[in-house]
Design a protein around this ligand. Structure first.
Ligand code: CO
Length: 175
């Protein structure tokens, strides 16, 4: 496994439309493994292939709403599509490709995605809260959309500090 370099806003690759994944081979598995390592090293909650300069429809999302054993795990979504959504949440958001920018973005409270796994098997997964937010944020990356265009209001410095001091709560998710 290897760390990959995360593209930053201003690099044209982040505004491009990604092509579907058609080959579920070792090359894809290496990409996904590298994305996992890169995400863990950056403390983010999600990462899309175009953020590591690969224009394919693949994202990973950290599932943090685990009630049973408390262990976080990573969901891999290949060729994902949102097939259902409900409710609304208004919360702060950030992006590993736009360091230092945090803002309030409205997202659905609950989102169901249909996607393939790393072996090409189709499945459905439903995320709520932060996970739903991350699904939307990452899928937008596949269509060249960055979250800053949806920001209603940037966080003030005070709000940012207050969030970071809430030790029990995650700071503004970067994805
Ligand atoms: Co992002």
């Amino acid at each position: 496994m290897a760390l990959r370099i995360i593209a930053k806003k201003g690099e044209p690759i982040l505004n491009k439309h990604c092509r579907p994944v058609t080959e579920f081979n070792a090359r894809l598995h290496t990409l996904l493994d590298d994305m996992r390592e890169t995400l863990m090293a950056s403390n983010g909650v999600g990462l899309a292939a175009p953020q590591v300069s690969i224009l394919r429809r693949a994202v990973i999302v950290l599932e943090t709403n685990v009630e049973q054993d408390g262990d976080e795990y990573i969901i891999e979504l290949i060729n994902p599509e949102i097939i259902a959504q409900e409710g609304e949440q208004d919360g702060s958001e950030g992006c590993l490709s736009i360091p230092g920018l945090y803002g309030y973005v409205k997202r659905p409270m609950k989102v169901t995605v249909r996607a393939q796994d790393r072996n090409g098997e189709w499945f459905e997964v439903t995320g709520e809260g932060l996970t739903a937010r991350a699904f939307c944020h990452e899928l937008d990356h596949l269509d060249g959309i960055l979250f800053d265009q949806y920001v209603d209001r940037l966080l003030t410095e005070e709000e940012l500090l207050a969030e970071m001091e809430e030790a029990a709560e995650p700071e503004t998710p970067e994805a």
